[in-house]
Design a protein around this ligand. Structure first.
Ligand code: ATP
Ligand code: MG
Length: 563
C-alpha cells in the first residue's frame, strides 16, 4: 500500500510530548488520559481536527486513552444532531475513544454536590446582582472589583437560596451562584466567577431535570478530574482560566488533579474557523448546509472527497506550538493532493464534451482498451475502456489554430496528431460546424497499431488527452469548487466575513461525460479524473440516473501563482 505518512524518527518532540514523557519518566503518571471535549453546538471544523489529532494522537503515542466528552452545559444552543455528527466525524478521522461517549451532563449531580460543598465551606454564594451590575462590580484589569451585597451571607442562607434556584423559584437571570475567590485579583477570571446560572430549558440529555446549569469553568476541570484525565489540553485563550481550573481542584474533594496545558489554535488562511460564523453561513443560506463541500467542516471536507489521512497528515505537518499563527490553506490542499495522488483510482471524465467521429472505425465496432486503475499501485487492478467510432474529448483540448507551438498546446490541432490516453493516436481531419459557425464535431482518423506503440515517423502526437467513448459512457454533473472566501483573512479586524464570500466558489457543469467504470463510484471514494483533478461522488445530489461529482481539488495549485 502507499503510505504518505513518513515517520521520521528524528522529529523533535513538541512541548506537550516533552511534558508527558517527563511525567511518565518521573512516575507522576503511569498512564496518560486525554480528552476531546466539544460543545455540541455546531459541526466540527478543521481546527477541531487539529485538537482531535493532538489529543487522540498523544494518548496513542504514550499508550494511554482519550475520551470523547460532550461539554453539554448550555442547553440553549445544543442539539442531538450535533452530537451525532461529532461522533461520526471523530470516527471518520480514524480515532477510537475510550469506553462510551461521555457527557458533562452525566456529572450534573456531582457538580451540584460540589457546589453545595463550596457553599458549606463559605467559598460560594448566590448573587442577585443583575448582569449589568455584575459587570460594573467586576471592575477591570486596573480597577479592583467591588463585593456583591450577598458576598458575605452565611452558608445556611446561601444553601437555602441555592435550593430555591434549583427548585425553579427564580426567573432566568435573577441570580447566579458564584465562587468566593478574590474581587481584587488582577486575573478577572478569579473575581468571583459564576458557577451556576438559571436556564429554564430542556436539555438534550437530561430533559427537564435541571433548571440550573454549571458554567464551562465550573464544569470543565471537574469533568477532567472525574474521568482521571491527566493532561487537559486546550487552546491559548484559556490560559487565563488556568488559575481557576487549579482553584477548583484544590478546593473540591475531586478524585484526581488534572493539569491544563494550552496550545495555539489553528487558524487557516481564506477560512473561517468559528462555529458561530459557520452556523451563520448555514442559517443564512450562503452555503448548502454544514456539509457543503466548500465548508471547512470535517463533514464538508468528507463530502468533498478529502481523506482522513490527508487531514491527519496536515495536522502532523503543522505541528503544535504555543504561539498563534495562520496556516496557509495551501498546506492543507497539498496534503489532500498528496494523499489522493497516492491512493485515488484513475478515471476519465470529459467536462466540456466535444464529439469526435473516428471515420476509419467501422460503425458498431467496439474495441476494449485496458488501463491500470492506479499507475503506481498494481493491487488496484485494471480497468476496461471501450472505444468506438464516436468519442468525446474536452472542448479545450482541440483547436483549429495551427500556429500554436507544440510547447504551448500539447493537445489536438486540426491536421495534427494527439494520443488518446491508453489508446490510439488520432489525427484531426476536419471540423463540422453549424450554420452559426459553432463547432459541432471533429472528424478524425485513428492511426492503426498505435495502442501502446509509437506511430510511424512524421506523425508525432502533440500530447496525450483524455476521452470517453460516446456510445458507452455515463452522463454526469460535475461541481467545481473554489475557495469559499476570496480574502486571505476574511475574519480579521473589522471586516465582515460575509463580504469576502467568493461569488465563484461553485461552478456546476451539467453535461459531462464520464467513463462507464464510474457507475461503481461511491461517496467518499475520490478518483483522479485524469488531467482534471480529484473528484468524488456527491452524497446528496447524486441519483442513479445522474451521478454528481464534487471536485475535491485540482491537480495543481492554481492560487499559488495568483499572489
Ligand atoms: P468555536 O470557537 O469554533 O465555537 P470552540 O472552541 O468553542 O470553537 P468546542 O466545541 O468547545 O469549540 O471545541 C472543542 C475542542 O476543540 C476544544 O478543546 C477547543 O480548544 C478545540 N478547538 C476549537 N477550535 C479550535 C481550533 N481552531 N484549533 C485548535 N483547536 C480548536
Ligand atoms: Mg468552547
Amino acid at each position: 500500500m502507499n503510505n504518505t505518512t513518513t515517520d521520521s524518527p528524528a522529529k523533535p518532540l513538541n512541548f506537550l510530548e516533552q511534558i508527558i514523557k517527563q511525567d511518565i519518566e518521573s512516575g507522576k503518571h503511569n498512564k496518560v488520559v486525554t480528552r476531546f471535549p466539544p460543545e455540541p453546538n455546531g459541526y466540527l471544523h478543521i481546527g477541531h481536527a487539529k485538537s482531535i489529532c493532538l489529543n487522540f494522537g498523544l494518548a496513542a503515542e504514550f499508550g494511554g486513552e482519550c475520551n470523547l466528552r460532550f461539554d453539554d452545559t448550555n442547553p440553549a444552543k445544543e442539539d442531538q444532531e450535533y452530537v451525532d455528527a461529532i461522533k461520526k466525524d471523530v470516527s471518520w478521522l480514524g480515532f477510537n475513544w475510550a469506553g462510551d461517549v461521555r457527557y458533562a451532563s452525566e456529572y450534573f449531580d456531582q457538580f451540584y454536590e460540589w457546589a453545595l460543598h463550596l457553599i458549606k465551606e463559605g467559598k460560594a454564594y448566590v448573587c442577585h446582582l443583575s448582569a449589568d451590575e455584575t459587570r460594573e462590580y467586576r471592575g477591570w484589569a486596573t480597577k479592583p472589583g467591588k463585593d456583591s451585597p450577598q458576598r458575605d451571607r452565611s452558608p445556611e442562607g446561601n444553601l437555602a437560596d441555592f435550593e430555591k434556584m434549583r427548585a425553579g423559584e427564580y426567573e432566568e437571570g435573577a441570580c447566579v451562584l458564584r465562587a468566593k475567590i478574590d474581587m481584587t485579583s488582577p486575573n478577572m477570571n478569579m473575581r468571583d466567577p459564576m458557577l451556576y446560572r438559571i436556564r429554564k430549558q430542556s436539555h438534550h440529555q437530561t430533559g427537564d431535570k435541571w433548571c440550573i446549569y454549571p458554567t464551562y469553568d465550573f464544569a470543565h476541570g471537574q469533568e477532567d478530574a472525574i474521568e482521571g484525565v491527566t493532561h487537559s489540553v486546550c487552546t491559548l485563550e484559556f490560559a487565563d482560566h488556568r488559575p481557576l481550573y487549579d482553584w477548583f481542584t484544590e478546593n473540591l474533594p475531586v478524585p484526581s488533579t488534572p493539569k491544563q496545558y494550552e496550545f495555539a489554535r489553528l487558524e487557516l488562511s481564506y477560512s473561517v474557523t468559528s462555529k458561530r460564523k459557520l452556523k451563520q453561513l448555514v442559517d443564512e443560506g450562503h452555503v448548502d448546509g454544514w456539509d457543503d463541500p466548500r465548508m471547512p467542516t470535517i463533514s464538508g471536507m468528507r463530502r468533498r472527497g478529502y481523506t482522513p489521512a490527508s487531514l491527519r497528515n496536515f495536522c502532523e505537518m503543522i505541528g503544535v506550538t504555543k504561539s498563534a499563527s495562520v496556516i496557509d490553506v495551501g498546506q492543507l490542499e497539498f496534503c489532500v493532493r498528496d494523499d489522493l495522488n497516492n491512493t485515488a483510482p484513475r478515471a476519465m471524465c470529459v467536462l466540456n464534451p466535444l464529439k469526435v467521429t473516428i471515420e476509419n472505425m467501422p460503425e458498431g465496432e467496439v474495441q476494449i482498451m485496458t488501463q491500470p486503475v492506479h499507475p503506481n499501485d498494481e493491487s488496484q487492478g485494471k480497468r476496461e475502456l471501450p472505444i468506438s467510432r464516436e468519442i468525446y474529448i474536452d472542448r479545450a483540448d482541440f483547436t483549429e489554430d495551427t500556429t500554436l507551438s507544440r510547447k504551448k498546446f500539447k493537445r489536438l490541432v486540426l491536421g495534427q496528431y494527439v494520443r488518446l490516453r491508453g489508446s490510439y493516436v488520432i489525427k484531426a481531419d476536419a471540423v463540422i460546424t453549424d450554420e452559426n459557425g459553432e463547432m459541432l464535431e471533429v472528424v478524425a482518423s485513428l492511426i492503426p497499431n498505435t495502442v501502446g506503440e509509437n506511430p510511424p515517423e512524421g506523425m508525432k502526437p502533440r500530447g496525450v488527452i483524455h476521452w470517453v467513448d460516446a456510445n458507452d459512457c455515463i452522463d454526469a454533473e460535475v461541481r467545481l469548487y473554489d475557495r469559499l472566501f476570496s480574502d486571505v483573512a476574511p475574519d480579521t479586524g473589522d471586516k465582515n466575513f460575509l463580504d469576502a464570500i467568493n461569488p465563484e466558489s461553485l461552478t456546476i457543469l451539467s453535461g459531462c461525460k464520464a467513463e462507464k467504470n464510474l457507475v461503481r463510484a461511491q461517496p467518499e471514494q475520490s478518483y483522479q479524473f485524469e488531467r482534471e483533478g480529484y473528484f468524488c461522488l456527491d452524497s446528496r445530489y447524486s441519483t442513479e440516473d445522474k451521478p454528481v461529482f464534487n471536485r475535491a481539488i485540482g491537480l495543481k495549485d492554481n492560487w499559488a501563482n495568483k499572489a
